[in-house]
Design a protein around this ligand. Structure first.
Ligand code: ADP
Ligand code: MG
Length: 264
């Protein structure tokens, strides 16, 4: 039965979408069946694979508004990654975004039913949430087993971590008592930046074993993903970003063993 992991943060540009795409690809490369679900109306996840919001092709929006069934909206991501599937959010206008939020707020059972239908076919389901902690993120947390929080290695990060923990606690109290922490992931680490080391130290001190050992470095190859429309492992296996996401996938699969230290 698939583990459903919501990738969340209050801040934009911290690597949520990059982590969904690249961690998903690495888990699938190590033979796990992975489904990525777009929950951000901006559609960054589907664009990372060259898909645009299109009304010729249904997505999560059509499923939640009861115009399509979950089986109709699952797409293959990449020809060389046969175990990596995608459900695009497929929101094409402000009106559709408002309608989506209304459905998520008032018909929580619909997303839950979608999740239950697709769960058996996958080992991991990664939900790429928007950079806010309101309705779409809360809806994802309400159906998730756990949540993953990318934390960018910069000064303001710790403040927003506290907000995510509080939002998750609220969902746990009101809607999903089994919601757990999948992990906090340090992203865009830059060896040359003085504060990177400070943020790493603080995150580890504060979040202890909830922080992944693997750290994702800032890597221009990862930033190329949206243009190349494929995960970084598909075009540069040897880049630092690829190696880090492979290491993260291995750390996740071997949780009982300590994760590989990527940063000293
Ligand atoms: N490890 C990384 N190194 C360099 N650039 C990155 C890295 N991770 C993400 N990016 C780039 O940073 C920007 C923000 O990342 P993104 O995953 O879209 O953030 P979010 O989904 O949290 O808003 C994007 O342009 C992305 O390509
Ligand atoms: Mg994003």
């Amino acid at each position: 039965m698939g583990q459903l992991v919501a990738i969340v943060s209050q801040k934009g540009g911290v690597g949520k979408t990059a982590t969904a795409v690249n961690l998903g690809a690495c888990l699938s490369a190590i033979k796990r069946r992975v489904l990525l679900i777009g929950m951000d109306p901006q559609g960054g996840l589907e664009r990372s694979f060259g898909l645009d919001s299109s009304k010729d092709r249904p997505g999560l929006f059509e499923v939640l508004s009861e115009q399509a069934s979950p089986a109709d909206v699952v797409y293959r991501c990449h020809e060389r990654l046969p175990r990596l599937d995608l459900i695009p959010i497929n929101v094409a206008s402000v009106a559709e975004e408002a309608r989506l939020v209304e459905i998520l707020a008032n018909n929580a059972g619909r997303l839950r039913r979608v999740a239950e239908r697709i769960r058996p076919a996958y080992d991991f389901i990664l939900v790429d949430c928007p950079s806010r902690l309101d309705t779409p993120t809360q809806a994802a947390l309400a159906v998730a087993d756990s949540y993953l929080v990318p934390v960018q290695c910069e000064y303001s990060s710790m403040a927003t971590v506290g907000n995510v923990l509080r939002a998750a606690l609220e969902v746990r109290k009101n809607a999903n008592p089994k919601l757990g922490i999948f992990g906090f992931l340090l992203t865009m680490a830059d060896k040359r930046a003085r504060f990177t080391i400070k943020v790493i130290r603080e995150v580890r001190q504060y979040l202890k074993t909830h922080a992944f050992r693997t750290i994702i470095p800032r890597d221009p190859r990862v930033a190329e993903v949206p243009n190349r429309q494929q995960p970084v492992v598909a075009f540069d296996m040897e880049s630092p970003g690829s190696k880090a996401y492979i290491s993260l996938a291995r750390e996740i699969l071997g949780r009982s063993a300590p994760g590989q230290e990527q940063w000293t």
